[in-house]
Ligand binder design. Sequence first.
Ligand code: AMP
Ligand code: TRP
Length: 329
Amino acid sequence: MKKETKIFSGIKPSGDLTIGNYIGAISQWVEIQKDNECVFSIVDYHAITVKQDPADLRRRILDIAKTYLAAGIDPKKSIIFQQSQIPAHTELAWILNCTGTNMADLKKMTQFKDKAGDKQDGVSVGLFDYPVLMAADILLYDAQIVPVGEDQKQHVELTRDIAKRFNNEYGTIFTIPEARVHKAGARVMSLSDPTKKMAKSDESKLGYIALLDSPEVARKKIMKAVTDSGDDIDYDPINRPALANLLTIYARLGNREIPRLVKDNKGKGYGEFKKALADVVVKFLENFQEKFNSISDEETEKVLEDGKNRALAIAEEKMKKIRQAIGVR
Ligand code: AMP
Ligand code: TRP
């Protein structure tokens, strides 16, 4: 029998999940879990790199776990767990801080530069160090493939460098992982500014569609989405990025191919096209939310408890080898 590939990915509970998270990450996971050994985490220690309200954080952790389940991650096959419940993640992050990671690596990270902006001295050390915790997440489980959106590729590249340096120093301890980015929808853009990624942290609520937005709200956001000049329907990401983004969302949530969509919508104006897109998005959300609402908190907590026990066994075994290799025991 063919050996299954090991997969790790995660999402941080720092805001409402968007259709960007679904298209860029979670929908890929559902596909990949079929023939592989998958571990999916709610990476809560990544969320606290910026200030979080404790009650909101607690709620979001459960909601993300429910989102994984509602999207189709099967907890019997894949491991779903909360990062903070496994101390090995922060332990390994510390070790990798000391071996494998240089200040220069972290200074290069575009996500840090974007998030810290011109206030680098005022943000938490955690925000700067965050890619090392992410490397620990991935390396603990010997992940070979890390399915993520485009914005996380640089962090996975860094994880590879860290793992190689550590292996050079201490022998082959870590598996060198690879990022897998889905071609269509790797970067779903903001509905109000197609030069920015759709993010749950967007100040303009019109920019993103949350997975738990009501159908009416979602419809309004689609109808208000900015468009480019021109009035026919065509896929041209360079010259008409706003429309290309809407076509991508349509294709991914409606299970259609972009060329086919363009053909079927020839001759339609933006208004008519947006109405059709809103129908597709609303249908997707209704379906998703029906599943989401049918999953209880208790059921979700049980899944997390089971996931914790399974993840703990893998992580602890790996940590023993790592502690031994560096000489702390
Ligand atoms: P985050 O919401 O930043 O924790 O991201 C969780 C996962 O969703 C990562 O794999 C991201 O790359 C992916 N993701 C987040 N926003 C988008 C987006 N707008 N388009 C595609 N993927 C995204
Ligand atoms: N940094 C990722 C993000 O912001 C989340 C994340 C943390 C992650 N650890 C991970 C993703 C490990 C993949 C693998 O989206």
